[in-house]
Design a protein around this ligand. Structure first.
Ligand code: IVH
Length: 668
């Protein structure tokens, strides 16, 4: 074979490994997915033509190997320990006291704190930079050889990256957690259900199950990821602190959670816990606490371990978010689109620090499936800011006195007929004049992401509808001051404030306006898509099915709903009235909300206290744009820790560079 072909294959392999690293580890891709696929295809073709070119570490070799009969067992060079748990601040401070006492230290001890990933522990072994073995934790002393499976995980490098500042060690045992992100888990379970396969109970079980597949071709189809959090035996490299270990792993191309944080003293670690707990439900993966580790490796050695866990680390677990309580009664609410939703009234109970007295029951099928009855003792679950839900009934607590629930045949608010259309989970009140629907439509219109009318809260809307002041959102713009003043808790000043807020809301964007109209299936995102495509409201109102279906992300359901909405005479009249009152939905970002309009940002490296996704959302929220590569048109480069080549490029182009503080100033 010609030398040029060999060199080409080596070049492609190197390029793919680098792009993998940029994409999965640094989250800073330099090429598009299409470009990546093109390089991959070229390599696959070359290796197909010349099989002698194939090397075991080729990025094409991630598709799985022939199935195994059974897993071999692998002893761990150094046992894989577990962690002691702490559940409150006192226990964490007591841990710190013990550490200080054993170390005979009076000063604050430095800790490294990390999210505790809720996945499954894995050990990777690299010899001279090559991944040679991967194993499960097993009983801590001996695990199972799952090398073929782990090789299919794209966040696990098959070869370590050679970096100038760190030479490749002869041997490196790396430990970390393999997990499945929440979105991927949902998608994956959905597909299983469609194929008639049983779904997994949670992402952790799905990750563990996927790793224990004898056929690695199946594992290759599973959306597994890995974060590394520590090391076992190492030859040819040494570290002074745990923080250095994590950074070293990153340099070598291994993925480390970007939320790891170094804390001076235990109080700072407790702050970190609070921060992660508050972010917990916005993270892409499940976390069940934080792990606090003594940073200094000499200190770790002095502290040593007790039977199964090190004395230098503790898992500070989150409060449970499930609790049992009694379901007192089921009430039926009517939503904006007339959908009847059953809601559970509960005996108040504290779940993860928040008192819960209501939970959603979704729809009647859900109630039937879980056999939920009034009077039942139920297990409820709270996930972040979302409404708590009923997980299941505690059947052992049933007395026989419980009442089976039946959905009403008429609207509980207006008494009109209720229908359940084919393929829909909810019954609907079909009376568009139903007061419940009117109230909900107006609340939606005024809500934060719609026209954002300050001071127009739910209670006020309800009162105004009940007193006959308004019958639709269009009426908001012709409200009279003296009628407002007659309302409960509405003094002159608050009436003036409300009128000013309504006046203010007249300058808005087309996308907010479309969203505010409350068209079924048109959420914030679709509203944006429609606004971008049609530019003016008039154009959108005139469009037909074909044109709508031509818009990416718009399917038949959305298009039908949009057309029906604008065909409706009452809706058109409402829109005409609103526009004639001086409401101006503008295409371009307007007013105080968009101070960053026209500015482009590039983010690089890890920011100390916010994630890149958060920073991006904030910038975009203020009208700015975030792009992937630096050019002379870039307004700012925001650089965190371990910035990539983008920082150098910014420097050479003279683009302004901000740190997190600088960004925060700009955002405030
Ligand atoms: S350190 C000796 N760090 O939690 C230190 N463990 O009960 C041992 N885990 O089986 C582990 N995230 O799989 C550590 N950032 C993290 C972790 C973590 C999750 C798991 C690990 C272990 C269990 C400990």
């Amino acid at each position: 074979m010609e030398q040029v072909i060999k060199e080409r294959a080596a070049y492609l392999r190197k390029a793919l490994n680098r792009h993998n690293y940029l994409y999965y580890v640094l989250d800073e891709p330099e090429v598009s997915d299409a470009e990546y696929d093109r390089i991959m295809r070229e390599l696959v073709d070359l290796e197909g033509k010349y099989p002698e070119l194939i090397t075991p570490d080729s990025p094409t070799r991630r598709v799985g190997a022939p199935p195994l009969e059974k897993f071999e067992s692998v002893p761990h060079t150094i046992p894989m320990l577990s962690l002691e748990n702490g559940f409150n601040e006192e226990e964490i401070r007591a841990f710190d006291q013990r550490v200080k006492k054993l170390l005979e230290e009076d000063a604050r001890v430095t800790y490294t704190a990390e999210p505790k990933m809720d996945g499954t522990a894995v050990e990777l072994i690299y010899e001279n930079g090559q991944l040679v073995r991967a194993s499960t934790r097993g009983d801590g002393f001996t695990g199972e050889d799952i090398t073929a499976n782990v090789r299919t995980i794209r966040t696990v490098p098959l070869t370590l990256l050679a970096d100038s500042s760190l030479s490749i060690p002869e041997r490196l045992e790396v430990r970390g957690e393999v997990f499945i992100a929440l979105d991927a888990f949902k998608e994956f379970n959905k597909e299983r259900l469609e194929k008639g396969e049983p779904p997994f109970a949670n992402p952790r079980n799905a990750a563990a199950g996927s790793l224990r597949q004898l056929n690695s071709k199946i594992t290759a189809q599973r959306p597994l990821e890995m974060f590394c959090y520590g090391i076992g035996a190492v030859e040819g490299l040494s570290f002074d602190t745990h923080w250095d270990i994590l950074n070293g792993l990153k340099f070598l191309g291994l993925r480390v959670n970007p939320l790891v944080h170094r804390c001076k003293g235990i109080e700072s670690a407790i702050e970190y816990y609070k921060d992660i707990e508050s972010k917990r439900h916005r993270l892409a993966y499940e976390v069940d606490g934080v792990v606090i580790k003594v940073d200094d490796i000499e200190f770790q050695k002095t502290l040593g371990e007790k039977s199964r866990s090190p004395r230098w680390a503790i898992a500070y677990k989150f409060r449970p978010t499930q609790e049992t309580t009694r379901l007192v009664k089921i009430e039926v609410q009517v939503g904006r689109t007339g959908a009847l939703t059953p809601v559970a009234h509960l005996e108040p109970v504290s779940v993860g620090g928040v008192v819960v007295s209501r939970a959603t029951l979704h729809n009647e099928d859900e109630i039937a499936k879980k056999d939920i009855r009034e009077g039942d003792t139920v297990l409820i679950q709270r996930a972040g800011d979302v409404i708590p839900e009923v997980v299941k009934v505690v059947l052992s607590k049933r007395t026989g006195q419980e009442i089976v629930f039946k959905m009403p045949d008429t609207c509980p608010v207006c008494g009109s007929e209720v229908v359940r259309l084919e393929g829909e989970a909810a019954r609907r009140c079909i009376n568009a004049g139903c007061t419940a629907q009117i109230k909900e439509r107006i609340k939606h219109f005024a809500s934060k992401d719609a026209l954002d009318i300050d001071g127009l809260g739910d209670k006020l809307v309800e009162q105004m509808v009940e007193k006959g002041l308004i019958k639709s959102y269009a009426d908001l713009f012709t409200l009279k001051r003296d009628r407002l003043i007659g309302l409960e808790r509405m003094a002159e000043k608050s009436a003036d404030n409300l009128l000013a807020a309504i006046e203010n809301s007249k300058r808005t964007t087309i996308s907010r306006f479309i969203y505010a109209l409350g068209i079924r299936y048109v959420g914030e995102h679709i509203a944006k898509v429609l606004a971008e495509r049609f530019v003016s409201l008039e154009r959108l109102m005139e469009t037909g099915e074909e044109e709508l279906l031509d818009v990416e992300e718009v399917g038949p359901q959305v298009s039908k709903s949009v057309i029906a909405f604008f065909k409706n005479i009452e809706n058109r009249q409402n829109i005409d009235r609103i526009l004639s009152c001086g409401v101006i939905p503008e295409t371009k970002a307007v007013g105080k909300e968009h101070p960053l309009a026209g500015k482009t940002f590039v983010l690089t490296g890890t920011l100390p206290s916010i994630t890149r996704a958060e920073a991006k959302a904030k910038i975009e929220g203020l009208g700015g744009k975030v792009t992937g590569s630096v050019s002379s048109k870039t307004s700012y480069v925001v650089a965190g820790e371990n910035p990539g080549s983008k920082l150098d490029k910014a420097g050479s182009l003279g683009v302004e560079i901000l740190d997190e503080e600088g960004l925060k100033k700009l955002l405030s």
